[in-house]
Design a protein around this ligand. Structure first.
Ligand code: HEM
Length: 501
């Protein structure tokens, strides 16, 4: 009776639950997106309903349902549930987790206008410089490729957000992002823990919490809180006083916003964005933009290793667009001006986001009012997960969806499959990722620079057979790939010269 709607309205299909606790034990702890997709097939529906301890949960399994509800009816689906576990973890005023409120509107407006497609052009020189620096670092230390690429994405968001430049080696901020990723990754699917359902349980002492596995994420959140706070506070503290003293002259989001704040303050004018807001928004750029971009670069390399034909085509296209000398050495490095002509590479990047969507269940939205979809009732206050992974595997849209196949987006009359570009990986409606253009410019410049200057190969076993990476993705907010072997070596001396080694 717990999840029967009082007015006998029909709720979306769901598997059987248990008395009182509903589906608490029915939903898998780890990678629930796979089981959601199986249930959707079993019940022949694109919308599922769950009730966990009295809270309604809706899972959308098709792009059509996500478009209809999260995009078209976005005004009703733009709230977030309260992420109590993430609050315990120390996530402060971070846009990703803000409920619908004037503060949300302010943060969203400031972030969105700073990262439109045209505003992102201003950051391209930073991204190109960091991509080349990363490629040079890989030439010097091929085994360090993964951490060097992480350094790239951390460097970009820190420069864009705070005007801070990271060190070439052992940078403390890179270590901080690693800690934060570990902390967040092990927090499980957002808004799905027992403390998210019963916020008062966040006060359960560790001595009692240790007795049940339900509280494991709570203990983990308390243990890792300091990592998240450090990444929120450290960059701000390192620039605040110099901006106040007008010493910090590198352009950045914080510099522009904080300068304006100080000007208004001196003139006795009110400020819309207070210091806590500026700090929170800049923190969101660093935290939401670093690991996400890095992970997408790594997945792209993985896809190219798994599909040597796609790798060869992407490289050939770069040769075509840039031109080669008699040794097949490129005449120059790729730039952002080449991007519109590198059409196959664009499809490689689309396929990367479809093949292994970074957030398989997105970041959950929440409904502000009751709604109805295909005759099913959606109660106000429901937590809504877009099952982006299920959408990316929808065989009505994608043939052989497990394959990494950039050609699937090419028109049929040019030998492609004419399949639609993925549009769930960056979320939906009024909460869709505001950093999409910045992120994909970063992925583009790194991958094109690597393809232009390096060989990317799988390592070989003692019999000379290639060891194909078989990767496990982490659970939780982002599905980050585990480490894998990849040999990245310069194509030629000429390539090293182009990079400025
Ligand atoms: C390839 C890299 C990235 C991917 C795959 C990605 C993906 C996502 C997804 C799925 C969401 C949730 C959208 C929703 O709720 O519907 C999101 C939100 C967000 N992303 Fe990204 N993101 C990436 C890079 C970035 C970057 C570089 C930034 C920095 C500017 C950023 C900032 C944010 C913020 C602030 C939110 C919260 C928006 C809100 O709640 O209103 N992301 N991102």
């Amino acid at each position: 009776w717990i999840w029967r709607d009082k007015r006998q309205r029909i709720l979306p299909p769901s598997p059987p639950g248990q008395p009182l606790i509903g589906h608490l034990r029915v939903i898998p702890d780890r990678h629930p997106e796979f089981q959601y997709a199986r249930w959707a097939k079993e019940y022949d529906t694109d919308i599922l309903y769950f009730n966990v301890l009295g809270r309604s949960i809706i899972v959308l399994n098709s792009i059509e349902a996500a478009h209809e509800l999260l995009d078209k009816r976005g005004a009703n689906y733009s709230d977030r549930p309260r992420f109590v576990l993430f609050e315990v973890m120390g996530w402060g005023v971070t846009l990703t987790f803000l409920r619908w409120s004037p503060r949300f509107v302010l943060h969203r407006k400031l972030l969105q206008k700073s990262f439109t497609q045209s505003a992102c052009k201003a950051y391209q020189p930073i991204q190109a410089e960091e991509a080349r620096r990363a490629a040079r670092a890989i030439v010097a230390d091929p085994n360090g490729w993964e951490i060097i690429l992480r350094q790239f994405s951390t460097a970009v968001v820190l420069r864009v957000g705070f005007g801070i430049e990271v060190q070439e080696k052992d940078d403390p901020y890179v270590k901080m992002t690693l800690d934060v990723e570990e902390a967040t990754g092990q927090g499980g699917v957002p808004a799905s823990n027992v403390v998210d359902f019963f916020p008062v349980l966040r006060y359960v002492p560790n001595s009692i919490a240790r007795l049940s596995k339900l509280f494991r994420p709570l203990i983990h959140a308390r243990r890792t809180k300091r990592f998240i706070q450090r990444l929120h506070d450290a960059p701000w503290e390192s620039v605040e006083s110099s901006i106040r003293a007008k010493e910090h002259l590198k352009p950045s989001f914080v510099h522009t916003q904080f300068d304006q704040y100080l000007v208004n303050e001196a003139a006795g004018k009110p400020n819309d964005a207070m210091i806590e807001d500026i700090k929170g928004i800049a923190g969101a750029i660093t935290i939401a933009g670093g690991n996400t971009t890095w992970s997408t670069i790594i997945v792209c390399i993985l896809g190219l290793l798994k599909n040597p034909e796609a790798y060869a085509k992407a490289r050939a296209e770069i040769e075509d667009v840039i031109g080669v000398d008699e040794n097949r050495d490129l005449l120059r490095l790729p730039t952002f001006e080449d991007r519109p002509r590198l059409k196959y590479l664009a499809n490689v990047l689309h396929e990367t986001t479809r093949w292994q969507p970074l957030s398989p269940l997105g970041v959950p939205h929440a409904t502000l009012a009751d709604d109805e979809y295909n005759g099913f009732h959606i109660p106000a206050g429901s937590v809504v997960y877009p099952n982006v992974r299920a959408m990316s595997r929808d065989e009505r849209h994608y043939s052989s969806p497990e394959e990494f196949c950039p050609e699937r987006y090419e028109p049929v009359d040019r030998g492609g499959r004419g399949e639609p570009l993925p549009d769930g990986p960056f979320g939906f409606g009024r909460r869709a990722c505001p950093g999409k253009y910045l992120a994909m410019s970063g992925v583009y410049i790194v991958i094109s620079t690597l393809l232009a200057t390096m060989h990317l190969r799988c390592p070989k076993d003692e019999n000379g057979n290639e060891i194909l990476p078989n990767i496990v993705f982490s659970d939780g907010l982002s599905g980050v790939p585990g480490s894998f072997g990849c040999l990245i070596t310069p194509r030629s001396k000429h390539a090293e010269v182009l990079l400025g080694c």
